[in-house]
Design a protein around this ligand. Structure first.
Ligand code: ADP
Ligand code: F6P
Length: 321
């Protein structure tokens, strides 16, 4: 067996399903006879040596919880070679030879550095943004999209009553996937994402024409990577006189119970990462592509930009006439 003691940590922005992933790593590791440890507060805990032994019960009653029981951090010190060396040394002092990092692209960069320092490292895609390449979905994305769709359902009710327009700003950092998937699923009239250019004159005109032809509401989804919802609304008003109401969903998108899809994805990927470590693999990012679990070199993953799904974007456009 190539690893005997493994650790798990959660890092960067939290996401729903991280707990389910932690549970899967711990339980799968124990099932396979490994000693399993947890690092508290991501890379900050690695530097501060905040590491504890886990048992079956330490991950009981968490599969359904949002957030992360291991907590998370954004740690500047870990961006430095010195910080990374301290982290690797602390793991070695505990005799830990394998590490599962659950986080987004920044966390993957850190995992890549640890891997180059000789720690057997596996990455799990834990972020609502769905901005990690070599996986169709990240853990938390499905829940975040469900939250946005639910919010838009509610907004539609009141927008229709008043024959109003609504601008909804959603998260996603530089990635438009939350906007795209929630926009398509909620029948939004306009979806603005950083990956595709847009013409505000055309958007404002279409909105005015649609209202003139009897449409009772108009939903514009703005991915945060495009800019602020307030600014987009002001630009629309300047062009057509309509005053959209603006909703910024913010961190609500990152909370609450994970959907069953996220729990299953997290459970499958957590177990897969442990099995890959046992098989002797290292420096890999785990993902799911067309339903199949895959492990890709993390170095390749951090140097690749995720493709945007233009087919879905075009579909959303065609259906929102
Ligand atoms: P996410 O993982 O959600 O994308 P961040 O981008 O904030 O979140 O990254 C989380 C943490 O990963 C950072 O606070 C830092 O400790 C670590 N990290 C990010 N980029 C690097 C890097 N280039 N080298 C080493 N560690 C990094
Ligand atoms: O990466 C997840 C994410 O929620 C992004 O969608 C958003 O841009 C960012 O994190 C918010 O970061 P913070 O947790 O620092 O508010």
């Amino acid at each position: 067996m190539s690893v005997k003691k493994i650790a798990v940590l959660t890092s960067g922005g939290d996401s729903q399903g991280m707990n389910a992933a932690v549970r899967a790593v711990v339980r799968s590791g124990l099932y396979h006879g490994l000693e399993v440890y947890a690092v508290q507060r991501g890379y900050a805990g690695l530097i501060n040596n905040d590491i504890r032994r886990m048992d079956l019960r330490s991950v009981g009653d968490i599969i359904q919880r949002g957030g992360t029981i291991l907590q998370t951090a954004r740690c500047k010190e870990f961006m430095t070679p010195e910080g990374q060396q301290i982290g690797a040394n602390n793991l070695r002092e505990h005799g830990i030879d394998g590490l599962v990092v659950i986080g987004g692209d920044g966390s993957y960069q850190g995992a890549n550095k640890l891997s180059k320092l000789g720690i057997k490292t596996m990455g799990l895609p834990g972020t609502i943004d769905n901005d990690i390449p070599f996986t169709d979905f990240t853990i938390g994305f499905d829940t975040a999209v469900s939250i946005v769709v639910d919010a838009i359902n509610k907004l539609r009710d009141t927008m229709s009553s008043h024959e109003r327009s609504s601008v909804v700003e959603v998260m996603g950092r530089h990635c438009g996937d939350i906007a795209l998937y929630s926009g398509l699923a909620s029948g939004a009239e306009t979806i603005l994402v950083p990956e595709v250019g847009f013409d505000l004159d055309e958007i404002a005109k279409r909105m005015a024409d649609n209202f003139a032809q009897g449409k009772r509401h108009s939903i514009v989804i703005v991915a945060e990577g495009v800019g602020k919802g307030e600014d987009i609304a002001a630009e629309i008003t300047r062009r057509n006189g309509i005053e959209p109401r603006v909703t910024v969903l913010g961190h609500i998108q990152r909370g609450g119970a994970p959907t069953h899809n996220d729990r299953i994805l997290a459970s499958s990927l957590g177990d897969f990462a442990v099995r890959k470590l046992i098989e002797g693999e290292s420096g890999k990012a785990c993902g799911i592509i067309k339903g199949e679990l895959v492990a890709t070199d993390i170095d390749k993953v951090v140097h690749t930009k995720k493709d945007f799904n233009m087919e879905l974007y075009e579909l959303a456009k065609r259906l929102s006439q």
